[in-house]
Design a binder for this molecule. Structure first.
Ligand SMILES: C=C(O[C@@H]1C=C(C(=O)O)C=C[C@H]1O)C(=O)O
Length: 372
């Protein structure tokens, strides 16, 4: 079985297809193994023998134009939601919520006791479609529906097939300059705000657009920005931080700070990734303790969700994004969607649950084709 990655950069009208027809992608035991390497990376949240860092070495690379909607073959479909551990599971939403509730409580007690200042709790949900869906068609639909996002369809024998439309850069580099973002804080846009946009060249006044951020969201995003700034101070050259500003991702908005820094030795990108990932946007603070809590206690096996993916080219352009707003394509009718959110000690369970639902809509909407 060939391994492949299709990806479309934000605001681009063309996408790239990389195919490895011979052999399997390389398996790496840590991000450091990416030093000096080229290829398409698929990295998990937590590296293990069953979930290694994968590097696709393409023997075919092609660029294609994103076609108009009428040429996209996804067929008509009604999606039905399922919960539980597998996409073919039959348990109802209540058990899904009960599991989330348990996880929420164990995070909350660590936040209230002061052992954690922030932790990101994730969950997953299965979706079964009536008609068989075409994965490439879903990818193209995501490209069309989410112009601001990095859209990826990647498949390897070790990881299975994943589709993502993510707003979060983990690390980009070209010509000796590195870029990353601190993305956190989430609000769902209401009907009256669906015209909101804030592309990279613009600077929209949030107050004028009717978007006001709570102290909790501001604090949550500040934790991420401080962490990134500390990592970059230790491991990168001169660094500039801008923001935060409000950015749109499908039907929701986030707060985002932008970091631009000197990255003279790109052959050591793997070592930087090893320290940077996972950031408190998907893990927590303090990092080691929250990471252990997630791996040992969270009921969701995150696998490649909240890891990172994208093309890596140590002497050219690298675009690595955090694997969010994603789903595993189990087969043409079964899908597993993932989403999480940052918790602080005063987080309210029902609000956090709704936030994960809003994030899951990014993938869910692909099934009915309605545009955001
Ligand atoms: C964890 C996710 O998103 C991350 C968490 C956010 C938050 O807690 O507000 C916002 C953006 C992402 O950094 C996700 O989409 O699953």
């Amino acid at each position: 079985m060939a391994s492949f990655a299709y990806y479309r950069l934000p605001y681009a009208d063309r996408y790239t297809v990389m195919v490895q027809t011979e052999g399997e992608p390389e398996r790496l035991a840590s991000c450091t193994g990416l030093n000096g390497r080229n290829g398409f990376v698929l990295a998990p949240f937590s590296v293990s023998s069953g979930c290694p860092v994968l590097l696709i070495h393409p023997d075919r690379v092609e660029e294609r134009a994103v076609p108009e909607e009428e040429h996209i073959r996804t067929g008509h479909c009604t999606a039905s939601r399922q919960a539980g551990g597998s996409a073919s599971g039959v348990s109802g939403m209540d058990s899904d919520k009960a599991v989330y509730s348990k996880d929420f409580e164990s995070c909350r007690s660590m936040l209230v006791s002061g052992e954690f200042s922030k932790i990101v709790l994730a969950r997953s949900a299965g979706v079964e479609t009536v008609d068989e869906m075409d994965a490439e068609g879903l990818f193209l639909r995501a490209c069309r529906m989410y112009p601001r996002m990095f859209v990826v369809l990647v498949s390897t024998p070790q990881s299975g097939m994943w589709l993502a439309a993510t707003p979060e850069i983990l690390l980009e580099s070209s010509c000796g300059t590195g870029r990353t973002v601190a993305l956190a804080g989430t609000m769902k846009l209401d009907e009256s705000q669906l015209g909101f946009d804030n592309p990279p060249s613009a600077s929209v006044d949030d107050a004028a657009s009717g978007i006001f951020w709570s102290t909790k969201n501001i604090k949550e995003q500040r934790y991420v920005a401080t962490y990134i700034s500390d990592v970059l101070k230790r491991f990168a050259g001169a660094c500039r931080e801008e923001g935060p500003r409000t950015v749109r991702a499908g039907n929701i908005v986030h707060l985002r700070s932008d970091f631009t820094f000197e990255l003279a030795d790109t052959s050591r990108i793997g070592s930087l990734l090893d320290i940077l990932h996972p950031t408190p946007a998907v893990c927590g603070l303090p990092k080691t303790e929250t990471y252990r809590h997630i791996v040992d206690h969270e009921h969701t096996d995150r696998r490649y969700y909240s890891g990172f993916m994208g093309p890596l080219c140590h002497d050219g352009a690298t675009h690595l994004y955090v694997s969010l707003r994603c789903m595993q394509i189990v087969d043409g009718r079964h899908y597993r969607l993932y989403a999480g959110g940052g918790l602080l000690k005063d987080s309210v369970e029902e609000q956090e649950w709704c936030e994960t639902e809003a994030k899951m809509e990014t993938m869910l909407r692909l099934f009915d084709g309605s545009c955001l």
